[in-house]
Design a protein around this ligand. Structure first.
Ligand SMILES: Cc1cc2nc3c(=O)[nH]c(=O)nc-3n(C[C@H](O)[C@H](O)[C@H](O)COP(=O)(O)O)c2cc1C
Length: 117
């Protein structure tokens, strides 16, 4: 049973070292402008060092009207997200990203990015 869990698996062209997956969990560690922070990177480094096969990173807003975590609605987010993926890959884990819009839960107090100001 554990052997199976810890054995590699290929999902289309992505090979995972094992079948353990970290689900997306909002950390509230992002910068106020919804870009990836040093704290995000440190957190992901620790998680990836655990050896988990796949990390699904936290909710990432597709539009400023519903962005309550990290953002991915503008090119300015690319460098930080790239760094986060590189950090995860450096420990041998793979990364997936959870696209998100908070919808009616997009309370002004929680908003980050362009509409938080
Ligand atoms: C602090 C915290 C943050 C979370 N953030 C997200 C998130 O960003 N996206 C999501 O889909 N689920 C989120 N969740 C739900 C977890 O992914 C969920 O608990 C996990 O999939 C385990 O599922 P279970 O609680 O049904 O066992 C979060 C849970 C916690 C405790």
């Amino acid at each position: 049973m554990l052997d199976h869990l810890l054995s590699p698996i290929k999902i289309r062209n992505m090979e995972l070292d094992n079948r353990c997956v970290m689900p997306p969990m909002g950390t509230n560690l992002g910068n106020p402008d919804a870009t990836v922070s040093e704290k995000n990177l440190a957190y992901m480094k620790r998680r990836a060092e655990s050896g988990v096969g796949l990390i699904i990173t936290e909710i990432t807003g597709v539009h400023p009207s519903g962005c309550v975590g990290l953002g991915i609605y503008d090119d300015r987010f690319i460098p930080g997200l790239r760094q986060m993926v590189d950090t995860i890959h450096q420990s041998g884990s793979k990364a997936a990203l959870q696209l998100h819009h908070a919808g009616r839960e997009a309370m002004p107090q929680l908003k980050k990015g362009d509409e938080s100001r």
